[in-house]
Design a protein around this ligand. Structure first.
Ligand SMILES: *[C@@H]1O[C@H](CO)[C@@H](O)[C@H](O)[C@H]1NC(C)=O
Ligand SMILES: *[C@@H]1O[C@H](CO)[C@@H](O)[C@H](O)[C@H]1NC(C)=O
Ligand SMILES: *[C@@H]1O[C@H](CO)[C@@H](O)[C@H](O)[C@H]1NC(C)=O
Length: 267
């Protein structure tokens, strides 16, 4: 008897709950149905609605490229960059290890302007980092942030043999929210590399992309982070590790490809 009363009352409670839930759902739908966007959710980093500005679509002038080059290799690498670079349209710089030699002057009008990488001697002494070259590469992301800031949404770091399809890049980046902390990169084409490093790492050869707020965070904290990991000998690995420390993980994009020559990588 007691159990059947209990059963009865729990059924009643269930019915009551179900009815109130329906009323609630109905009210929510009714109250908000005439307000556009009220139920759209900003999940992940992908934009589900445009901002309230009249035309806020990401375009080519919101992108800044930082290319890592060297004086020794530029004369045969520049054709890779000039194949996609658009003088006076694409923004950014190529960072050289030292002033260009005579054979590179006058500097080609079809190339990005050059900058000389910062002297990292002091940083190397402080951090006791194993690889001055890798510190220069990592530090370029700080330098590009200092060199170009006006109206920037995305910083794209590439090597001097990275080829970007700029229109595609603009198209892809316009789908992400540049006001959030976003780190975009691609896996390696070589499975072993992903296993050795990480499946959550953006491989540098394909280009690494930072939203403006993330680039700002990198500028503020990366030197400190280099001191924590002086033994990491790869710039993209260092960046992943530091960004993870900052609480930002990779948004991988399958449109970024890094093809490795295995004999060079693993000999
Ligand atoms: C915003 O600008 C882009 C390119 O500048 C254009 O393709 C697009 O149609 C514009 N959108 C609106 C709503 O005006
Ligand atoms: C890109 O958009 C900005 C507004 O955010 C606008 O001022 C600029 O003229 C646009 N540039 C191009 C090349 O469309
Ligand atoms: C780029 O702009 C400069 C002046 O700012 C001009 O002298 C040069 O011819 C332009 N280059 C191209 C390829 O349009």
């Amino acid at each position: 008897m007691a159990s059947s009363i209990l059963k009865l009352s729990s059924t009643t409670i269930c019915t009551t709950l179900a009815v109130s839930a329906s009323i609630l759902i109905f009210l929510v739908i009714f109250l908000f149905s005439n307000q556009p966007n009220c139920l759209s959710m900003d999940t992940f980093h992908v934009r589900t609605h445009q901002s309230s500005l009249p035309n806020d679509t990401t375009n080519i002038s919101h992108l800044v490229f930082g290319i890592l080059g060297s004086t020794k290799t530029w004369h045969y690498r520049k054709s890779y960059i000039e194949s996609w670079w658009r003088p006076n349209i694409t923004r950014g710089y190529v960072y050289l290890d030292k002033a260009p030699t005579d054979d590179l002057l006058p500097w080609s009008q079809d190339s990005p302007h050059f900058r000389i990488s910062d002297d990292n001697t002091k940083l190397l002494e402080e951090t006791k980092h194993v690889s001055p070259f890798m510190v220069r590469m990592v530090h370029a992301s700080v330098e590009i942030f200092g060199d170009e800031r006006e109206g920037v949404r995305w910083y794209i770091m590439g090597d001097d043999d990275t080829i970007f399809f700029v229109e595609n890049l603009v198209d892809v980046l316009s789908k992400y929210d540049h006001t959030k902390y976003i780190y975009i990169g691609g896996h390696s084409e070589c499975i072993a590399s992903n296993q050795i490093f990480s499946y959550d790492m953006g491989f540098g050869g394909a280009g690494l992309i930072f939203s403006y707020p993330l680039a700002k965070m990198v500028q503020k904290n990366i030197e400190n982070c280099l001191g924590r990991y002086p033994y990491l000998g790869f710039s993209d690995q260092t960046l992943m590790t530091c960004l993870n420390d900052f609480g930002v993980s990779l948004s991988s994009h399958p449109g970024l490809h890094q093809v490795l020559l295995i004999k060079h990588q693993f000999k």
